[in-house]
Design a protein around this ligand. Structure first.
Ligand code: GLN
Length: 553
């Protein structure tokens, strides 16, 4: 019997097997890009099995960066891939964790909404998951829903069960299962092995899900014979075995998957007809990444430099800035703690630009200030983001305005000169509501989060970069520039080039008489994409290129 479906959106569920880090998020983003290139609209959702209600409180060391959306959600970094690869806009309804699902169910139980019934994983938790997924109905032609973790994980079971049920409710024309696995190449044997894929599909079958398409992550091309073998053992057609081969740049993945015809298979199965994809922009992009004309080295002085996933969007935004300038960007991640000595500062020699990223906590804070001093004195292009901007203000206050004890209240709550301070009361320009917070407020829920408007001052680096004076950027911070010091700092050479529309919040600062020195209170990296490089990153890299040419001359 054919199940009729009154839905507007078709759902693609993406699961992963064998091991984590195979690139499920990038695969989903790339498939989304291919479907967009065929004229379809796409949206995404990530279902994360961990118990944290959101990733906002998670250490970036463990889970990579916390990505912030326009509507102020603190989300998984896969949201960043989705937004960078497509024109989809992510928000609160695009990322759910087990914690968030359980939280809603438990709150309902407390309110007595289950009328005395026993509250269980099936159907209550699975119903809440299905409800979260089906919110996307109508948002786009296709919704790509990615289940975090690996099949077989205990905590992922309710999600797998929920999508199994959705298959029956939605029918085959409205739902599709894609499973990403690993086909390892065993060097000593000179062979690729299919057994992990077979086991992974078996595991999925044990949960009642037969994948429709297999994406096989591989470092070598997969022969037709091998695809036949995988198809036979995994109960799919050979043309539904798609090789997801390693690529040099992540932006090659949509083209690599197109070569394997994954989009044709998806549309065929979902009963959708479109013309051929327009992949010209992607081809042009890959071409320019492969053949840069120049090269620059940028130092990023942070806290989590051992794990570059912690700075995922920043990393990509710098690459995009390079693409806009036809340049290859070499990134040198330097632990800020190493910059406390002369010897350590030597690491910055030869860099054409210095970037101090956002962050929380005092580790490496003094080192970051030394990096600002170095960039200011040696006239090296400097870009400070969020905490990086705040520390640039501290540095300018101390060195240029003669406020020797200047500090941020984040690091010295009792500082006599709080140039960066905790605003206890402020008006949210988006809602008009007055917000309150103090040193004892909860860590969650007291940050300025999400997109805020900002007005730029004509004739500044910021206005030149954006080419307009009204912008909107995403925030994630607790502390702000203290206006009590504004005049003294402006007299000392600091320029306020961006403010909130009411003029109460300083959003961008610059330094007069320097080739390119800019700090912003927001996170511009969250709005950069390979096809739409962010203006500030574009101009920062341009300034670094000028620096490189100057050094070479
Ligand atoms: N820790 C600083 C604050 O809370 C900066 C935050 C950030 O860099 N994202 O204001």
């Amino acid at each position: 019997m054919k199940v009729s479906c009154s839905r507007k959106t078709k759902f693609i569920f993406i699961t992963g097997g064998v091991l984590s880090s195979l690139g499920k998020g990038l695969s989903a983003a790339s498939i989304g890009a291919l479907l967009e290139a065929r004229g379809l609209s796409v949206t995404f959702q990530k279902l994360d099995p961990y118990i944290n209600v959101d990733p906002g409180t998670m250490n970036p060391f463990q889970h990579g960066e916390v990505y912030v959306t326009d509507d102020g959600a603190e989300t998984d970094l896969d949201m960043g891939h989705y937004e960078r690869f497509t024109s989809a806009v992510m928000g609160k309804k695009n990322n759910y964790t087990s914690g968030r699902i359980y939280y809603t169910v438990i709150m309902k139980e407390r309110r007595g909404e289950y009328l005395g019934g026993t509250v269980q994983v099936i159907p209550h938790i699975t119903d809440a998951i299905k409800e979260a997924v089906l919110q996307l109905d109508g948002a786009a032609d296709i919704a790509l829903v990615e289940i975090g973790g690996t099949v077989g994980d205990i905590e992922g079971l309710p999600f797998i069960e929920a999508i199994r049920q959705l298959r029956i409710e939605l029918g085959r024309d409205y739902s599709l299962f894609i499973h990403l696995t690993l086909v390892p190449y065993i060097r000593t044997a000179g062979e690729v092995k299919t057994k992990p894929t077979q086991h992974s599909v078996k595991e999925l079958l044990a949960s009642g899900i037969q994948p429709d398409i297999l994406l096989c992550r591989t470092e070598v091309p997969l022969s037709g014979e091998l695809k036949q073998k995988i198809a036979l053992f995994c109960n799919v057609a050979p043309q539904d075995v798609i090789a997801a081969r390693d690529v040099e740049s992540i932006y090659e993945l949509p083209l690599a998957l197109r070569e394997e015809g994954v989009d044709d298979r998806i549309l065929d199965k979902l009963g959708i007809w479109t013309g051929a994809p327009n992949l010209r922009p992607w081809k042009k992009l890959v071409e320019s990444i492969r053949h840069p004309k120049d090269e620059v080295t940028i130092a990023v002085t942070g806290k989590y430099v051992e794990l570059t996933e912690s700075y995922k969007s920043l990393h990509e935004a710098l690459i995009h800035g390079g693409i806009a300038n036809k340049a290859k960007v070499n990134l040198l991640y330097i632990s800020a703690e190493d910059l406390n000595s002369e010897a350590g500062l030597k690491k910055l020699e030869g860099c054409h630009g210095i970037l101090v990223p956002g962050g929380f906590g005092s580790r490496g804070m003094e080192g970051k200030i030394h990096a600002v001093t170095y960039a200011r004195k040696k006239r090296i292009p400097f870009f400070g983001i969020c905490l990086g901007m705040q520390l640039a203000v501290v540095e300018m206050a101390r060195s240029l305005a003669g406020i020797a004890d200047a500090h941020s209240m984040e690091f010295d709550a009792a500082t006599k000169e709080p140039v960066i301070y905790l605003m206890t009361e402020w008006v949210d320009s988006r809602t008009g509501k007055t917000e309150h917070r103090d040193q004892n407020s909860d860590l969650g829920g007291t940050m300025r989060l999400g997109a805020y408007p900002c007005v730029l001052q004509e004739g500044t680096l910021a206005a030149a970069a954006y080419g307009k004076t009204g912008i909107s950027e995403r925030h994630r911070h607790r502390y702000e520039f203290n206006n009590a010091y504004r005049e003294r700092l402006e007299q000392a050479g600091m320029i306020v080039s961006g403010e909130s529309p009411d003029g109460k919040l300083v959003e961008i600062v610059e330094l007069a008489d320097h080739p390119w020195f800019l700090g912003c209170q927001f996170h511009p990296e969250f709005q950069s994409g390979p096809m739409r490089p962010h203006p500030l990153f574009q101009d920062f890299i341009k300034a670094a290129l000028d620096q490189a040419k100057g050094q070479a001359a």
